[in-house]
Design a protein around this ligand. Sequence first.
Ligand code: FMN
Length: 333
Amino acid sequence: MSLSARKLKHINVCLEYPVQFSTKTTGFESLPWAYRALPELRLEDVQLETRFLGKTLKAPLLIGAMTGGADLAGTINKNLAIAAQALGLGLMLGSQRVMLEHESARASFSVRQYAPDVLLIGNLGVAQFKKGYDHNQAKKAIELIGADAIAFHTNPLQEALQIGGDTDFMGLIPILKQIVPKVQYPVMLKEVGHGLSGSVAKAVQNVGFAALDVAGAGGTSWAKVEDFAHHGKLLYPDLCEIGIPTLTALEQCHASLPTMPLMASGGIRSGLDIAKALTKGATVCATAMPLLEPATKSPEAVIEVLERMIYELRVALFVAGIPSVQPQLMQNA
Ligand SMILES: Cc1cc2nc3c(=O)[nH]c(=O)nc-3n(C[C@H](O)[C@H](O)[C@H](O)COP(=O)(O)O)c2cc1C
């Protein structure tokens, strides 16, 4: 199957099959949230603005890395980009390997024209760095789309369940240590929904990553996406539930690397999830799956979902008496 066809298949599987974890949750639901009946605040004065990777976001939220390559992916990316620009949020794109290998796929990633001001983050899989990619491909991926930064995704479980997946992860940390400083743009490390542990965070401490996206379990299971994509059913249901819940991944990574900027993602579904993640060490959050179906329709449909999450975040802070999302205030909340 060509790379573009596989991307389209992933989108269709995500739209049509139950690919969320079924036995595992993020953990945020069991974290209590403070309530202060006299908050000494005005709702509209709650400050949501923050900075991440050198850019200002109007709220601590990014559109998670999804797609690119197929025609439908181009429509999705355009709608996501227009929404990110309208709301002043960040936008992460899906893996750009397809556009590096096929010039015809580039247009679907070219979203700068729709989102001139947003924090735009490109994407490549770490497994490619065992197959001949180096900093030149990473720089090219960033510069071809005018991105501000790039995320490298690490996804051993997904690759193991993908027929013909790239399953050689041997010796990647020293390779990344060579490559990351030469990219000359901020590089993040992310999982795809099965989570970065505290020991992985520690292991990449000196690689030069500008931030980590814990991308934990409790939302979309990429193992399930691959399993459904190949077999139309779950052949490996137990494997599909492997992963570190997002809250646990976040707490572990923050404990391992207290000064590393962290993104919380994987099952972020409400503004209250975002508020809770910020109290546990996240600087920003990202959400992917809830935006996929709206992005097939229009920018307005994407904006509606994101505005609801941002309003929930504002109300959560208001009723807890927290005036701003600044990390010092959130982490002492
Ligand atoms: C349709 C779709 C495509 C995705 N493609 C990529 C990708 O190319 N690169 C990547 O790093 N993550 C990719 N992801 C994973 C997401 O960025 C995210 O880590 C994961 O879906 C968990 O977040 P969620 O529970 O909010 O969906 C994709 C997710 C979706 C839904």
